[in-house]
Design a protein around this ligand. Structure first.
Ligand SMILES: *[C@@H]1O[C@H](CO)[C@@H](O)[C@H](O)[C@H]1NC(C)=O
Ligand SMILES: *[C@@H]1O[C@H](CO)[C@@H](O)[C@H](O)[C@H]1NC(C)=O
Ligand SMILES: *[C@@H]1O[C@H](CO)[C@@H](O)[C@H](O)[C@H]1NC(C)=O
Length: 372
C-alpha cells in the first residue's frame, strides 16, 4: 500500500467557482496535501477545503497499513457532503439552541441548519470554506502543514473578525497533533473549533466499529433534550449507558441509547480542572481488537463529543468504499454544546485581543498498551 500512497498527487487542484461570498476572490482553489514520516509507514492527507483531515495511514503490529479515516476522493464531494468528514468545524462547533444567543446584552441571530438550531457554525461554517495554505513541509521527522482562515465580522451571523490557524503535524513514533488558535480582532464572540474526523481503526469502509473498545476519561456528561440541546445538567455517567470509564466495546449498550437515530451523539465533560483550558489531559483510548491498532487522544478542551456515525447511510467514500451506519466513531474535543446559552458551562467567549487555543494529539500504536 506504500507505493500507492506515494503515487497520489500531492496537490490535485480544483477551481471552485461555487465558493461564493467575499472570501472567494482571495482563495479560489482547494487541493490535497500529504504529510509522511521518514520510515514511510505513517502519513496523512489533508485538504484546505474545510482544513479537513482526509486520510491517516497507520500500521498494525504486522506492518499492515490501513487508512483509518473516512473521507472522499475529490474536493467536489467534500463541498457537497453533509457529514463534515475530517473537517475543522466552527466558528462554533456543535449546536446553538434556536440559532440565537445574547452576548454583552446584544441578541445575535444565526442561520438555522439543524431544525431550529445552528450546527457547526451554520450552513457555511469553517468546514465549508477554502483555507489558505501558509506552510507545508511534507516529509522528514516532523512534517507539518498550517492552514489559515480570516473570518469576517458578521459571517454566518457571528460578531467580530477572527484570524484562525490550524496546524497538522506528525511526530515520532506515530503521533498526529492538531493545533488550532483563534484571535478575536474587534468584538467578543463565541468560539469553539473541533476536528470532525471519523475513525475506523480496522480501516475505512471495513464495516462498523461496534467491537472497537473505548475508554473515556470523562466521569460526567451533559444530558440533552429532544432537539439535542443540553438541559444544563452535568450528570455522572456512572451506572448509565454513557459510562465508558472502563474499557468496553462501543456497541455494548448501543441498542438502548436514545436519540440521534440510535447510537451515541453526546458531549462528555473531560475529567480535570475546569478553567484550565491550556492543560493537556487524556480524553479517550480506542482500540480495534482485530488489528490491534489503537490511539490515545489527549486535548486541552473541557468537553468531547462522542458520535457513532448513526446518520451515515450508504455514503460513497474514498476508493469506492461505501460507509454505513456505525462505520466510524468521532471523538470531537471541544467546548460544551450550546455553552454560549449556559452560564454554568465553561465559557466559550473570546474577547478582542484574546487568543483561543485548542490542541489535540492522537497517539497511535499497534498494541494494547493500556490494559488496566
Ligand atoms: C451530493 O450529495 C447528495 C446527498 O448526499 C448525493 O445524493 C449526491 O450523489 C452527491 N453528489 C455528488 C456529485 O457527489
Ligand atoms: C421549532 O420551533 C417551533 C416554535 O417553538 C416549534 O413549533 C417547532 O416544532 C420547532 N421545530 C423543530 C424541528 O424542533
Ligand atoms: C497560531 O498558530 C500559528 C500556526 O501554528 C502560529 O504561527 C501563531 O503564532 C499562533 N498564534 C498564536 C497567537 O498563538
Amino acid at each position: 500500500m506504500m507505493a500507492r500512497a506515494a503515487l497520489l498527487p500531492v496537490a490535485l487542484l480544483l477551481c471552485l467557482a461555487l465558493a461564493g461570498g467575499a472570501n472567494a476572490a482571495r482563495k479560489s482553489t482547494a487541493g490535497f496535501y500529504e504529510l509522511k514520516n521518514k520510515k514511510g509507514d505513517f502519513s496523512i492527507k489533508v485538504t484546505n477545503w474545510g482544513a479537513a483531515l482526509v486520510s491517516a495511514i497507520v500500521p498494525d503490529g504486522k506492518g499492515n497499513l490501513a487508512d483509518v479515516v473516512l473521507g472522499y476522493d475529490t474536493v467536489a464531494e467534500y463541498a457537497n457532503g453533509s457529514a463534515s468528514f475530517g473537517a475543522t468545524v466552527g466558528r462554533v462547533a456543535n449546536r446553538i439552541a434556536n440559532a440565537r444567543f445574547v452576548l454583552d446584552g446584544k441578541t445575535y441571530h444565526l442561520l438555522r441548519n439543524d431544525g431550529n438550531n445552528t450546527i457547526h457554525g451554520g450552513p457555511k461554517g469553517f468546514g465549508k470554506v477554502i483555507w489558505t495554505v501558509k506552510e507545508h513541509v511534507s516529509h522528514g521527522d516532523s512534517p507539518y502543514i498550517t492552514f489559515y482562515y480570516h473570518s469576517l465580522d458578521g459571517e454566518q451571523g457571528f460578531p467580530g473578525a477572527l484570524d484562525v490557524y490550524v496546524k497538522y503535524q506528525l511526530s515520532r513514533p506515530y503521533d498526529l497533533s492538531i493545533r488550532m488558535n483563534v484571535t478575536a480582532r474587534n468584538k467578543a464572540t463565541p468560539v469553539n473549533l473541533a476536528n470532525h474526523a471519523y475513525w475506523n481503526l480496522a480501516g475505512h469502509g471495513s464495516g462498523d466499529v461496534l467491537k472497537h473498545e473505548l475508554q473515556m476519561f470523562a466521569s460526567h456528561y451533559t444530558p440533552v433534550d429532544g432537539s439535542m440541546i443540553p438541559t444544563g445538567e452535568v450528570a455522572p455517567v456512572a451506572g448509565t449507558m454513557y459510562d465508558f470509564g472502563r474499557r468496553i466495546p462501543v456497541g455494548t449498550n448501543m441498542k438502548i441509547v436514545p436519540g440521534g437515530g440510535g447510537g451515541y451523539d453526546m458531549n462528555y465533560a473531560v475529567d480535570g480542572q475546569h478553567g484550565q483550558q491550556n492543560a493537556m489531559r487524556p480524553v479517550a483510548r480506542v482500540r480495534d481488537p482485530k488489528s490491534g491498532r489503537a490511539f490515545e487522544l489527549w486535548a486541552n478542551q473541557p468537553g468531547v463529543q462522542f458520535y457513532t456515525a448513526s446518520w451515515l447511510i450508504n455514503e460513497k467514500g474514498k476508493a469506492g468504499k461505501v460507509y454505513g451506519q456505525y462505520g466510524a466513531l468521532c471523538l470531537e474535543t471541544q467546548a460544551y454544546p450550546d455553552a454560549v446559552n449556559h452560564p454554568n458551562f465553561p465559557s466559550s467567549i473570546v474577547r478582542p485581543g484574546q487568543v483561543y487555543k485548542h490542541d489535540m494529539v492522537f497517539r497511535f500504536s499497534y498494541q494494547a498498551t493500556y490494559d488496566a
